[in-house]
Design a protein. Sequence first.
Length: 254
Amino acid sequence: MIYIDILTLNEDFQPVYDIENERRNGWKSFIPHRRFLDILNIVLNSLESKEPKERKSIWMQGTYGTGKSHATAVIEHLLWDDTTEIEDFIENLNNPQIKERILNFRKKNRVFPVILKGASGITDNRTFTLMIERAVKDAIKRHSLYISTKSDFEKWIQHIRENPLNIDWEKNIYEYQELGMYVRDTDTLLEKLEQQDIKILSLLDKMSAEKGAFFSSIKVTDWLVEVLEELRNLKIASHIIIYWDEFTNVLEIE
């Protein structure tokens, strides 16, 4: 007899859990230990409590390979997936109180998930905001939804197309070399904005500021409130959670 006769890997096994590229139902291979259930309780407290001290961000810390990403994915699915898709996992939880609490929460609530990973493309507060806006819009599209709340990318697209100030965009692109390095004309500029290219939008901001025209944008927290309000009105979700994997890299940006 050899080892392969008695030991096999689960077909959904992933040596590293990638929260952005999950296998279907791969999250269900997670073994919910006591510390995970504590974290899940803290998350539910943050969502349900009216106390400001409890309604705040949650930081999950641990060494590489300890299951932080996988645990995050489990929380995401438990709070968003259709209840018929999560019943089997909840049933196997060995804590009756947390089991009942999740089921009661999901009767009236659904938490829209926004997934982010790492800090690539973030250099300052502005690009941080754009990264969040892009992630939210990507999540909306991924779930085949539509909201009318516009991101700064969409506002810029509208501004360029409607052109209320009669700006010669072709001339601006030609004269502003930093932008001209990446786009050759207005059509290419619009294409990059439709792709939610953070660098291009940042260059547009910079060009406008140098010409004395400042693009109006609201704080990202206020923008998220608008998005959530629309999701609630559409009865799509009661809350939003941003799940940011490898967030430590963001804190290292000066």
